[in-house]
Design a binder for this molecule. Structure first.
Ligand code: NAI
Length: 337
């Protein structure tokens, strides 16, 4: 059955790495009809809007998108495209797997899936200054909002994912010892949801600071992590670093109304247009997408070809110590299929 998906090539290295990815998917026999749409600076240049309605309409229709990185114009007053997408499609779960594949790194046995709540917490955007005397900015406050609804759905998502993938353990990461209300509610809800999965998957709790320390001393003891927005943002960059960096880490944004898959990295302006970017992260994001639409065998086959190419280190890109360009790496992965 043909999959209908929106393809946003993006800015900077985006077109190169998304082209490489669609070429790989085609070679693997994935039947996908792409609706190509613009966003970011490419859309500003073409239509004067970084998030054109036609692109949103396309995602509303397909409910599925693969997205290259988008340049966020600084100081021009354009709204953030990522925030617009998150809000429009209620993309509440950000899923970032980090797995040791590249040889020769400090850590060898990392295989962590971090599930980050993507819509609440300190990122909800309720902030203000407090005026005292003549000083308009004498103080500032940012409010963290955790709802039972939001906490339930992210915990349930994490536990369901763990069970579906046959993972051993879910770690609830929090700071409920200090933030007794917002983090306390998040943890309490997590404990309630965990009971529904008794016997199916193990559960443990970690305070976020202890978790950060353990992630760099014994990362192999972590399996699936579920946490709030800010902690997830920080810890998922940490887990990327454990396995070789940004060029390798994909991210899925899952919502009730759509799912958007992308690399964790940005547009890499320093290497844009040179044809040397590492397409691995977007390729792995495409595997997450195939898995999401019920094609896990195809996703696994493509992922194994990518991992075999990375493991061999014969034809890899410069960011991970090789000399190959984007096209040569893609050819090598296709040869492994
Ligand atoms: P960046 O991730 O684009 O680049 C950081 C460093 O990593 C650079 O040295 C770059 O060459 C390297 N790098 C990144 N991806 C690579 C790849 N696939 N292969 C080889 N090397 C790679 O971060 P930066 O420079 O802070 O941001 C550049 C632009 O990207 C900004 O406009 C930012 O707003 C945007 N951005 C967009 C994101 C998205 O759309 N999801 C996420 C992060 C940043």
């Amino acid at each position: 059955m043909t999959i209908h998906a929106t393809l946003i090539p993006g800015d900077g290295i985006g077109p190169d790495i998304t082209d490489a990815t669609t070429r790989l998917l085609e070679a693997a026999g994935a039947e996908i009809t792409w609706d190509r749409q613009l966003a970011g600076m490419a859309a500003v240049a073409a239509a004067g809007d970084p998030m054109p309605d036609v692109t949103l309409e396309s995602i509303k229709r397909t409910k599925l998108a693969l997205k290259g990185p988008l340049e966020t114009p600084v100081g021009t007053g354009f709204r953030s495209v990522n925030v617009a997408l998150r809000k429009t499609f209620d993309l509440y779960a950000n899923v970032r797997p980090a797995k040791s594949v590249v040889p020769g790194l400090r850590f060898k046995d990392v295989d962590i899936i971090l599930v980050r709540e993507n819509t609440e917490g300190l990122y909800i955007g309720i902030e203000n200054y407090v005026r005292i005397g003549d000083d308009d900015r004498a103080a500032a406050q940012s409010i963290a909002v955790v709802t039972r609804y939001g906490a339930e759905r992210i915990h349930r998502y994490a536990f369901d994912l763990a069970v579906r993938l046959g993972r051993q353990k879910v770690t609830l990461v929090h700071k409920a010892n200090i933030l007794k209300y917002s983090q306390g509610l998040f943890l309490d809800v997590g404990r309630e949801i965990a009971k529904e999965y008794t016997g199916k998957v193990e559960v443990e709790e970690r305070i976020v600071d202890a978790c950060a320390m353990e992630l760099v001393t014994k990362p192999e003891r972590y399996d699936v992590i579920v946490t709030t927005n800010l902690f997830g943002d920080i810890l998922s960059d940490l887990t990327s670093g454990l396995v070789g960096g940004l060029g390798l880490t994909p991210g899925a944004n899952i919502g009730r109304n759509a799912a958007i898959f992308e690399a964790v990295h940005g547009t890499a302006p320093d290497i844009a247009g040179k044809g040397v970017a590492n397409p691995t992260a977007v390729m792995l994001a495409a595997c997450q997408m195939l898995d999401h639409v019920g094609k896990p065998e195809l996703a696994t086959r493509i992922q194994q070809a990518i991992e075999a190419t990375l493991r061999e280190q014969q034809t890899v890109t410069r960011d991970i110590g090789g000399t190959a360009n984007t096209a040569a790496f893609t050819d090598a992965v296709i040869a492994k299929l």
